[in-house]
Design a protein around this ligand. Sequence first.
Ligand code: NAP
Length: 244
Amino acid sequence: MERCALVTGSSRGIGRAVAEELARQGWAVCINYIRSRQAAEETAERIRAGGGRAIAVQADVADGAAVATMVQTAEEALGAVELLVNNAGVAGQALFQDISDEMWDRYLSVNLGGARNAIRAVLPHMLHEKRGCIVNISSIWGLRGASCEVAYACTKGALIALTRSLAMELAPSGIRVNCVAPGVINTDMVQVLGQETLGALAEQTPLGRLGTPEDIAAAVGYFASDRASFVTGQVLCADGGFIV
Ligand code: NAP
């Protein structure tokens, strides 16, 4: 029977590349989005056109009830979720003293709360089967810190703590939990920085370029595969050497 993977925030960017990589690995994939219905449906359609199985499901990952319903929908259509990639995220730049309560709460509830909601929804089946894999998408800013991105960096640092703690808690149940910390990846998320800043960031990257969504998908694909069957609690930086 096919295995089902849920990739949150997979209508665009890194999540979409992850979904396509997992489909190539033979996973049936649940594509999740909050607003970009057309892009999500196109991603699912591309996977189906390539011979894979995929559905697109709208849910705000910050909404626990919506996430539970999404997981139920995925299970009914594709089978129980055995791989969860917590990728959905929001980012933005502001000085610390300009971060509103609403912004602080939203970053935490999407980037960290969203991961918790999704893990809670898929865990009963994983625990029952004593098998499963969770990959959290953090950021190098969660490891190193980032000026004008305090709220974002806090959520990404917390995802690393979540990864390591949960990996220890779930290892006896046969469930692996790992984390990918991307560097600067050329997606919609970073376009707000402008071409000049992106060019400077590429120059600061030892490998001399920005990352691609496919660079991150390859790292997630490794953690998801049997080649990583003895690997848990790890943070893999895919950043072109940015924070070495
Ligand atoms: P992106 O291009 O902005 O795409 C964000 C994705 O997340 C979209 O699919 C979006 O759905 C979805 N999303 C946002 N809020 C959501 C919510 N509340 N519920 C469900 N889905 C939601 O971002 P990206 O660059 O691909 O980033 C993906 C992940 O990698 C994020 O966690 C980000 O923090 C992390 N990351 C990115 C970089 C980078 O340089 N790009 C670096 C380090 C880490 P819609 O299309 O419906 O809006």
